[in-house]
Design a protein around this ligand. Sequence first.
Ligand code: ADP
Ligand code: MG
Length: 563
Amino acid sequence: MLEQGTISIHTENIFPIIKKSLYSDHQIFLRELVSNAVDAIQKLTMVSRAGEYSGDTGEPEITIAIDKDKKTLSISDNGIGMTAEEVKKYINQVAFSSAEEFIHKYEGKADQPIIGHFGLGFYSSFMVAKQVEIDTLSYQEGATAVHWICDGSPAFTLDESSRTTRGTTITLTLMAEEEEFLEPARIKNLVKTFCDFMPVPIKLDGEVLNRQKAPWRESASNLTQEDYLEFYRYLYPFQEEPLLWVHLNTDYPFIVNGILYFPKMRPDVDVTKGQIKLFCNQVFVSDNCEEIIPQFLMPMRGVIDSTDIPLNVSRSYLQGDRTVKRIGDYIAKKVGDRLKELYRNDKEQYINAWKDLGTFVKFGVLNDEKFKKQVEDILIFRSTAELAAEKTETPAVEVQSSDSDVWQDVNSNSGNSLPYTTIKEYLERNKERHENKVFYCTDEASQATYIALHKNQGLEVLFMDSFIDTHFINFLEREYQDVKFTRVDSDLDNTLLDDKSSEIVDPTTNKTKSEIIKELFEKSLNKPKVNIRTESLKSEDSKATPPAMVLLPEILRRLRDMN
Ligand code: ADP
Ligand code: MG
């Protein structure tokens, strides 16, 4: 060995880098200073609980003040303060944080996590300030108040201060090009964005700017349905009520808290873009965490709060990160659980939600094996079941001869009241008649005649008419190997037009199957809206179908155009 040693850093050279390049976004200085203030207040609670401070902690409070003449912006807290030694240790040494020490020493004394960690946040103030001052008085008995000034060069001065109240005031003298931060509206906006859920009131001109309460930190049992809805309205004002939500709350093997909502699909709901807000210890980090949730849950909205999601790293890194992947799996599992619960406890609401999220669930089933296992038994399909039962009252032929649209009649009192069924229930119900066949239609309009025909024979037809269903049928065929999935217009010869000797006579019309079909065809041909073009349909559909993944943008687009 030639030599062993410690690498040294040239402050003069590294300082500009820390100030200018650490964060791409100037405005986050406010987030950093306010979170230090929140930490200082939290730390005071901790030492007080540990019996190391017997004075009055007072009402926790952070005050922002603007002085347009002096071009200063200051952030004050009534937290723990700093002694001269602490200023030297934690401020004068870059990348030195007291957080870990504190957490270690006062374990179990915090009701809020300490936000700080890396010991770099404070220096973000130099992105906007030509001079930064700290005026602080520690909670410790006999502590002297100190005043620290630094103009952004590595040189500083530390003096005694005349301050008499416990806590810290950070005063920034803003650079000429950063004077926008002297506008109260700008500051209010920033506090709303970054500090809304920090657990201490943040005031400007006497007005409290932030909401403070972070519902996702509560345990689910403390929240009512209305609490969840209220929070949704707060995050996404003027939107329709969400269809369902999941409350994320886990400490192991990673920490994730949050509330995610599945919105009602509306044209103004942009489902192609992630809408989830990412937080770290209640501090807003980003609006955009598409990499974290599984792709099929993209429409979900709400909040994810985690200290385990690497921040300030590239998206491609995030996508490959194992913890991020596991958090995604966890979210998918929570959604699966919620769906199952809804299916068990409230079928009506489940069906209602299914209309909007069914496509996404199917997409998840096609792409995520674990999710598939979870929800495979609660995949539902619209069915003609009830209509088949009503046969005697509304014979198919009568339906066909009515003047209104064929498919609407076939669809009966279309919309909400239509029955939905799982494949299992379908097979069970039709065991005798169908001999392990599932009849389905892919287009209600053009296949109306065939639907009616099946219905008339007492055969139940499933509607596999959503955009993703072409792929889904392939999936079902693999899942139910012994079941034959038969499209209504593809199997006339075998199923309905079987040999003359077994010709069944429809009891309501007294006509044979072939007669009914012939009649239907003739009537249908006179209706411009009904096309009998089995062949062309078939060839269209048998085109090689692209993998479902490729189709997601298209699915999303169509869903958006829907309604
Ligand atoms: P971090 O917050 O990650 O620890 P910072 O650079 O933001 O790093 O702050 C460094 C240290 O300075 C903090 O750990 C804390 O000890 C001290 N500090 C900063 N702001 C305050 C404040 N308002 N009150 C008391 N201590 C503070
Ligand atoms: Mg900090």
